[in-house]
Ligand binder design. Structure first.
Ligand SMILES: [Zn+2]
Ligand SMILES: [Zn+2]
Length: 135
């Protein structure tokens, strides 16, 4: 028989896991209901922000975040929401411009380090290729 017992990540109740769901059926139904509520709220209140939605629907911010990540909202339905990193109001993606460029820079630094390390490694290997074989 498929399915193992596990605790629901949302309510803590033990349920039989069929695939890889992390929450029980009750919670999933509740979440679906909440999602529908959020969609309805956003449709009838265009230009909503996350705090408006949480207040208007009682939905968790994390749920709304997930819906944003999943691209559930039209641009016109949700005008702005906070940047995941600094909280500044943004209209697209998950981060504001400054966080994006900052992260881009960080990424470039990391990439440069990796490239440098790889180059050094390759160089080292080349230099010791004869001795490496003996090890
Ligand atoms: Zn549950
Ligand atoms: Zn930001």
């Amino acid at each position: 028989m498929a399915g193992k017992m596990r605790n629901c990540q949302r309510c803590g109740k033990v349920f039989v896991q069929q695939s890889n769901e992390k929450i029980c059926r009750d919670c999933r139904d509740a979440e679906r209901e909440m999602e529908a509520k959020v969609m309805e709220f956003v449709r009838s209140n265009p230009d909503s922000k996350i705090p408006d939605i949480t207040e208007g629907t009682g939905a968790e911010e994390s749920l709304i975040r997930r819906m944003i990540d999943e691209g559930r909202f039209e641009r016109s339905e949700l005008k702005s929401y906070p940047c995941k990193r600094c909280g500044k109001e943004i209209v697209a993606g998950q981060y504001c411009e400054s966080c994006l460029s900052e992260m881009q820079e960080n990424l470039q630094t990391v990439n440069a380090k990796i490239a440098a390390a790889a180059a050094a490694n390759a160089k080292g290997k080349g230099m010791h290729s004869k001795t490496l074989g003996k090890k």
